[in-house]
Write a protein that binds this ligand. Structure first.
Ligand code: ATP
Ligand code: MG
Length: 448
């Protein structure tokens, strides 16, 4: 990166130097051209005056300067030329500068000489006797100018190159220095500092990403801990009925059970097996909901019918507990997974029956709201004290373990409810008074 910055600065410096050189040379060349033309004009006027007074003697006296001097007669015949034999020279009447001088008294032109590969400047002046004096000189080319300035240009260029090299390496080091000094693990330490103003958006992004990573890490750890606890709890819960089953079976196998006790023992084995089936069923449900209910069919469901079906399945359990279970309300459509909706209502009603008092009541109602469908499961049971209300949705959490065991609860019902509601984007409210009863209210997004 430092090399890249150095190269960029260096290239820019070189480009600026080259551009300035071209610009200055252009300006100087145009200035020198003007000076050269003005000088030729003055020299021509002087030569014309001298020739008018002293004729060719004056012109010869000038010697071979930087100019070529030609004296042309009215008819174009060359009378004198400082660099050639005038007798052999062709008629000059048609030359631009000569024609202009004959017409207006003064003429100027420039022509490219192929033989000399140079551009020649011409300036002509009419003498009082009607003849014309013409001076010509080679126009300085840019190359000539450059050669003339070669030494100062070289000195300036070397100095400028050395200076830009030094500046480029210093600047690139200065730019890179704070980046090298940066500790990527603590971007917050540099936010707001002057040396880091330009890369502040990057630092903010780094900080946000680090926070995100830390959050994800914490979530992962929490999930992994929940999984571990879940596995340990599930194994433990499965072990209890298995122990009971194998104990009863062993007694039966060893013939240690009276004939009259065989039936009740078989009944106990069936009950424990039922508990295991129920538990395994719950674990399967939870695992499925954990995966976001992938592959399960979503459809328009009538929540009232689902509530009635769940209540029908629980009527006998309600009767056993001498609890009155009723479903009221109106048909209301919800978009959801029928078996998950069923298990939500089932688990809420199951709890309302299990944790009720004799001759208690469970009222299920379904009602349409402006933008949602409301399901209420209210009971007149033992209630849940405030300290337990936030924890009852945890897996295997039971307020009163011995009571739950008595009624066959393993603490997975409300976890299934919580996950099911999350998948359906439903909101849950819990209102409970210990000793009086509990009301669970769920608001499902309306499908209409
Ligand atoms: N309606 C209620 N009234 C009083 N306590 C309740 C009620 N519903 C749940 N609870 C308390 O919350 C705990 C957790 O309920 P959850 O449904 O998750 O488990 P469970 O009913 O014990 O077992 P499972 O539903 O797996 O058979 C229960 O053990 C109980 O203590
Ligand atoms: Mg339950």
């Amino acid at each position: 990166m430092s090399k890249k910055i150095f190269n960029s600065i260096w290239i820019v410096a070189l480009a600026v130097l080259l551009a300035s050189l071209v610009f200055i040379m252009g300006m100087t060349y145009s200035y020198f051209s003007d000076v050269q033309e003005a000088q030729l004009r003055i020299e021509t006027e002087l030569a014309a005056k001298g020739a008018a007074m002293d004729g060719t003697d004056y012109l010869e006296g000038l010697g071979k300067k930087n100019y070529r001097i030609t004296w042309i007669d009215k008819d174009g015949t060359v009378l004198y030329d400082s660099q050639a034999d005038s007798a052999e020279m062709e008629n000059h009447l048609e030359r631009d500068e000569v024609r202009q001088a004959l017409e207006t008294g003064h003429g100027e032109s420039s022509r490219y000489s192929k033989t000399l590969s140079e551009e020649l400047l011409y300036c002509a002046e009419l003498l009082p006797d009607g003849t014309v004096i013409r001076l010509s000189s080679v126009r300085s080319t840019v190359l000539m100018l450059l050669l003339g300035f070669a030494q100062p240009i070289a000195i300036v260029a070397v100095l400028a190159l050395a200076l830009s090299f030094w500046l480029a390496s210093r600047l690139s080091k200065k730019i890179i220095e704070p980046i090298n000094a940066l500790d990527p693990d603590n971007p917050s330490d540099y936010i707001g500092k002057e040396a880091y103003t330009e890369i502040e958006p990057l630092l903010l992004k780094m900080r946000a990403q680090q926070n995100e990573i830390a959050k994800n890490q914490a979530e992962l750890e929490k999930t992994s801990q929940i999984r571990q606890e879940f596995t340990a709890n599930a194994s433990h819960e499965l072990k209890t009925p298995l122990h009971a089953i194998s104990g009863y079976a062993e007694l039966l196998e060893n013939g240690m059970v009276k004939q009259s006790d065989i039936r009740p023992f078989a009944g106990k084995i069936r009950l424990e097996a039922q508990r295991m089936t129920q538990l395994v069923g719950d674990i399967i449900d939870l695992t499925q909901l954990d995966g976001g209910a992938d592959g399960m069919q979503w459809e328009l469901c009538d929540l009232k019918s689902i509530a009635e079906n769940a209540a029908d399945s629980l009527q006998s359990a309600a009767a056993e507990n001498s609890v009155e279970l009723t479903v009221r309300g109106e048909s209301a459509s919800v978009r959801g997974i029928p078996q998950v909706l069923y298990s939500i209502v089932y688990n809420l009603c199951d709890n309302a029956i299990k944790y009720n008092r004799p001759d208690g009541k469970v009222s299920v109602s379904v009602a349409k709201e402006p933008s949602s469908v409301r399901l209420t499961v209210a009971d007149t049971g033992i209630g849940i004290s405030e300290e337990h209300q936030s924890r009852i949705f945890e897996r295997f959490y039971r307020v009163d373990k011995s009571r739950s065991k008595e009624v066959g609860g393993t603490g997975l019902g409300l976890s299934i409810v919580k996950h099911g509601l999350m998948i359906h984007r439903a909101r849950l409210e819990l209102d409970s008074v210990p000793g009086k009863g509990t009301t669970f209210t769920v608001h499902f997004p309306s499908a209409e």
